[in-house]
Design a protein around this ligand. Sequence first.
Ligand code: ADP
Ligand code: ASP
Ligand code: MG
Length: 439
Amino acid sequence: MALIVQKYGGTSVGSIERIHRVADRVEQAVKEGNRVVVVLSAMSGETDRLLKLAHEVAALPDERELDMLLSTGERVTISLLAMELRGRGVDARSFTGRQVGIITDSAHTKARITRVAAERILDALERGVVPVVAGFQGINEHSDVTTLGRGGSDLTAVALAGALKADRCVIFTDVDGVYTTDPNIVPTARRIDKIAYEEMLEMASLGAKVLQSRSVEFAAKYNVPLEVNSSFKEGKGTLVKREDADMEAVAVSGITGDRNQAKITLVGVPDKPGIAARLLGPVAKANILVDMIIQNVSHESLTDFSFTIPRVDVNKAMPIIQDTAKDIGAKSVSVTLTGCHPLTARAARSTADGSEVDSAAASEEHCRRAPRVRFDLRARRRAAARRRALRAAAAGARHLGRVHQDLDRRAAQRRLARRRGRGHHVGPDRPDRVPQGGG
Ligand code: ADP
Ligand code: ASP
Ligand code: MG
């Protein structure tokens, strides 16, 4: 009898109909004689909806209150699934992060798990109960609710699998595995059968949101056997595990893009040793994760210094950065709120076509200077890109605004061509494609 942790993401529990499908899978695994622990995300779009509400109330919402609010999304799905399973005669019980003992530090909105006291789950399993656990949440030492960062239900699942020494942790999502790049952007991307933790970590931390990077870090540390698979269809999926002999032979990897990052640039910084520490120290102290750091070659003892932080932390970070910028004598500070997925997508297409790309990086400057950003995506992707562009444009992102205009222009050109009878065929979406979206 195996012990399996199954995690279902936002799209997989995005409607009552989909919750029924999740219940089918859970029921089947139980009938096959397994002990099953289920971890759920909120319904797709729910966490974003709650975040938006918070920002309508306050420009910089209090983070303790934000966690209290955001943690509610997962309570909805766990109780609905537990009700559905109980209705089918499967003894299931829902549990919040607090109830299953996910103990974290106090870094609200991106808390780190410090301990998993899994007695309550073990006790439920002993009694033949299927625990249905709210992902993404824990409590700190003061019993305040914390959340584990966006995509954090993956981390809940991996942490529970590690603490329970589960035989497997399956991350069910809306794609059937980890691909060389986002298959919803690049239809020719290839699915990877197995990938080493380190390589997966690199892809995840560069923006492949199919697995939250901290969950991969945790899985590697505790050697939790991970599988990524589709909750919508049967198939093989991707195994994420320790590197073995066949994996070493693989030269490449994948290409990623992350639209949720903001790039901060300090122009005209005196190029002296210790500048990076002076600048980034206060940012780190405020619990803001700095990802990439780029320092240009200096010119007349001045340099430009860029780094990326999560987009949601920009309001919190800017006053801190502006203060330090003044202290160290930087000439100006700028923020760019967009990722650079058009170029990344193009590079990815070339890899999918077979050419080798060792690493691909494209800066916002490249995007901005590109005379025309071309999209060659299919209909639904184009519509999604347009919606994103509209949202980004509304948030003041200039180059995505241009993409939006460009998409409109291309759509108008196509309509005209069709009317003139020259017909521009846009193929159907891949039949296995399902709408994407986190919880
Ligand atoms: P869930 O809501 O199930 O947690 P996410 O939206 O967080 O799902 O992650 C799944 C999405 O990750 C996919 O729909 C896909 O668009 C995106 N993705 C990005 N990079 C990759 C990749 N390399 N392989 C597979 N999916 C990827
Ligand atoms: N609902 C949370 C989010 O959207 C956690 C998750 O889905 O993993 O980030
Ligand atoms: Mg996710």
